[in-house]
Design a protein around this ligand. Structure first.
Ligand code: GDD
Length: 361
């Protein structure tokens, strides 16, 4: 039976590339069993992209969607997928980085009935990139891929060349909230894709035009990752944020103490004030970063409850550390380890109290 696919191509200033892309897609698929259409989603390019598409549509199954209100690669892909009607959705760049010749093998991967996502991959055996990737781009790609490891076992999850079933896309559509470039990753996570297949490809550097992958997009990527972690493990991510805020509080505490001592404040008073400053810092940061989805307008009451939770955590920290150090032989010579255990216990208690009694749902 012929497979039907919609090929979604996001574009911004790709007039030079599109004729070559359509010619190669046509050559790769016309002799196969695949029935195809191309949906170009353009963000109102000011080169000849729109005119070129209109001309190509005379001889190819090509639909052009021009967006004037929204911007961005990921949301352009979602727009194209929403407009598609085929059983399979495939996404690829316009710039000939992704070889259309790999499409039949990618679609064939679904035939085992278990695969729910297929990537045209640079990082599996047989895959490659052009040699002139600079050290910076390599490093960038390796770090970006490393950060994503807990979310998926795919070797090339950052790829913009991928395919999935339209039914999976539709099931997850309401949850999609992509930021920036990595729409494939967004779909793997939100569609809960369990079996990801990877077909090796050679990723070529673009021949015409410029990449739009800016520093801003890299920051967007980090924002996107945070959202995906939040989606997949909301409470674990909250705990990590809570820990990071607490860690920053240690530096605020020390800095405040140094300043107060510099102003000749008595040490015990300076310590108490520094602790209070760090606690207030932690409160404000946790409100913004850790519990931003649970805050109320009654900030005063939240603050009092937060201070009580922090003091309870500190008391537990002190009790556990002291108890271990004074009563458990293995800690007798290592008060620092006992102190560390106390910190972890205090932090868990503080976090739990914050979730239950300070910033509760
Ligand atoms: N509609 C729309 N809007 N399309 C866009 C936009 C935008 O704001 N920005 C980029 N595009 C289109 C480009 O015209 C191209 O077809 C495709 O998206 C990829 O953009 P590039 O700017 O060429 O991306 P790249 O080559 O730097 O990044 C490539 O590598 C990444 C992995 O390293 C792409 O393949 C990415 O998809 C991939 O994630």
């Amino acid at each position: 039976m012929a497979e039907k696919i919609s090929i979604i191509v996001p574009t911004f200033h790709e007039a030079e590339n599109l004729p070559h892309l359509l010619q190669r897609i046509s050559a790769a698929l016309d002799s196969s069993k695949i029935v195809w259409e191309v949906i170009v989603v353009d963000d109102d390019s000011q080169d000849e992209t729109i005119q070129v598409c209109e001309s190509l549509a005379q001889s190819h199954p090509l639909t052009l969607i021009v967006r004037t209100e929204e911007r961005g690669l990921a949301s352009a892909v979602v727009t194209g997928m929403k407009a598609a009607h085929s059983d399979y959705l495939l996404c690829m760049d316009a710039d000939l980085s992704h070889p259309p010749e790999a499409i039949p093998a990618m679609i064939e991967s679904f035939s085992d009935g278990k695969t729910d996502f297929v990537i045209g991959s640079r990082y599996v055996e047989g895959g490659s990139t052009d040699d002139d990737w600079g050290v910076f781009r390599w490093l960038n790609s390796i770090i970006a891929t490393g950060l994503v490891k807990p979310l998926t076992s795919a070797k090339d999850p950052m790829a913009g060349f991928f395919a999935l079933r339209r039914s999976d896309f539709q099931a997850a559509y309401e949850t999609l909230d992509p930021v920036g470039y990595k729409i494939g990753l967004e779909l793997i996570v939100k569609c809960n894709c369990q079996k990801v297949a990877e077909v090796p490809i050679h990723f070529s550097d673009r021949q015409f035009g410029e990449s739009k992958l800016s520093f801003k997009e890299q920051l967007n990527y980090l924002r996107h990752l945070t959202k995906l972690y939040d989606f997949k493990w909301p409470e674990a991510t909250r705990f990590v944020r809570f820990g990071m805020v607490g860690f920053s509080g240690v530096f605020i505490n020390l800095a405040a103490l140094a300043v107060l001592l510099e102003f000749s404040m008595l040490a015990p008073v300076a310590m108490a004030v520094a602790i209070w400053i760090a606690m207030s810092w932690n409160f404000l940061l946790n409100r913004e970063v850790t519990f931003h989805d649970r805050t109320t307008t009654n900030i005063g009451s939240e603050y009092v409850r937060f201070c009580m939770a922090s003091l309870t955590g500190a008391a537990l920290n002190w009790s556990v550390a002291t108890l271990l150090w004074t009563t458990v032989p293995m800690f007798a010579d290592s008060p620092t380890i006992a102190g560390l255990v106390g910190i972890v216990a205090g932090m868990f208690a503080n976090f739990t109290l914050c979730r239950r009694f300070v910033f509760f749902e």
